[in-house]
Design a protein around this ligand. Structure first.
Ligand SMILES: Nc1ncnc2c1ncn2[C@@H]1O[C@H](COP(=O)(O)OP(=O)(O)OP(=O)(O)O)[C@@H](O)[C@H]1O
Ligand SMILES: [Mg+2]
Length: 249
């Protein structure tokens, strides 16, 4: 490469503009994240979408966990498939525009490395046509790597909900999640899930970083049994989350 070309800097990835255009009719984008696995991100994302839909909003849900997608199970997807004529139009499941990699991976395990995950995410954001939505909820995989870093780059107006349990093991990682995201993207607050005692450690963590403690969801013994049987919105989980949703508007 000669010197002239070497010094030529591409100011913006052109896909930034396509992604922006695809999301221009989406009023708000909620990102449900946690550095820690198994804390309830997919449960919160799916129920948050169902609650907003029940309240009359136009809602989309993007399951960005390409290696361990689960929102389709919580939403009880049967055999709906996207319409692929002009980009990908996600089908409606329970009235929610829903996209997940399971449409294409058919429950097979995907062996993806970092760069491949990044490419798939950017590709997905470039081709999925969300249309007109009040809310798009994005369910993230556990961890703080490619998915969240790419999304921060490409979808700057995302608003982040951080989910944690009160476990001291979870909080060790959540502190890092907050430090990674703070001042880079808008954090709406912390949701404490699977609360089983009166400990205030999640509240205290929120205070330490001056972010909002949005509320707690108790450990709900009926939750697991309600997946797949249309009673999800009647669970204590859903009732508590409904209260939290009010504070997001
Ligand atoms: N409040 C709750 N009460 C009881 N069980 C719950 C609650 N929240 C989540 N669960 C259960 O905990 C497990 C983990 O939940 P979920 O899959 O939503 O977590 P996740 O953070 O998305 O996990 P991953 O990091 O693997 O993506 C599931 O079995 C789910 O049914
Ligand atoms: Mg999950």
């Amino acid at each position: 490469m000669d010197r002239k070309h070497k010094n030529l800097k591409i100011k913006k990835d052109p896909r930034v503009f396509i992604i922006k255009d695809n999301l221009k009719k989406v009023k708000r984008i909620f990102a449900v994240v946690s550095g820690k696995g198994g804390v309830g991100k997919s449960s919160v994302s799916s129920l948050l979408s169902l609650i907003l839909k029940k309240q009359g909003y136009k809602v989309g849900l993007l399951d960005l966990d390409f290696q361990g997608p689960t929102c389709h199970i919580i939403l009880n997807r049967k055999n709906e498939m996207p319409n692929e004529k002009y980009g990908i139009v996600p089908p409606r499941i329970n009235g929610i525009r829903f996209f997940s990699i399971v449409y294409f991976s058919k429950n097979e395990p995907l062996a993806l490395r970092g760069v491949e995950i990044s490419d798939m995410i950017i590709e997905a954001l470039t081709i999925i046509k969300w249309g007109d939505l009040d809310y798009l909820v994005i369910d993230f995989p556990p961890g703080l790597s490619d998915e969240i870093l790419d999304l921060i780059r490409f979808v700057k107006r995302m608003e982040v909900l951080i989910v944690t349990t009160p476990s001291i093991l979870a909080l060790e990682t959540i502190e890092k999640t907050i430090r990674l995201l703070k001042n880079k993207i808008k954090i709406l607050g912390l949701i404490e899930n699977m609360k089983i005692s009166n400990k205030d450690n999640v509240k205290n963590l929120a205070k330490k970083f001056s972010i909002k403690y949005l509320g707690f969801i108790p450990f709900d013994f009926n939750f697991e049994n309600s997946i797949n049987n249309h009673k999800l919105l009647k669970t204590d989980f859903a009732k508590k989350l409904e209260g939290i949703v009010k504070s997001l508007k």
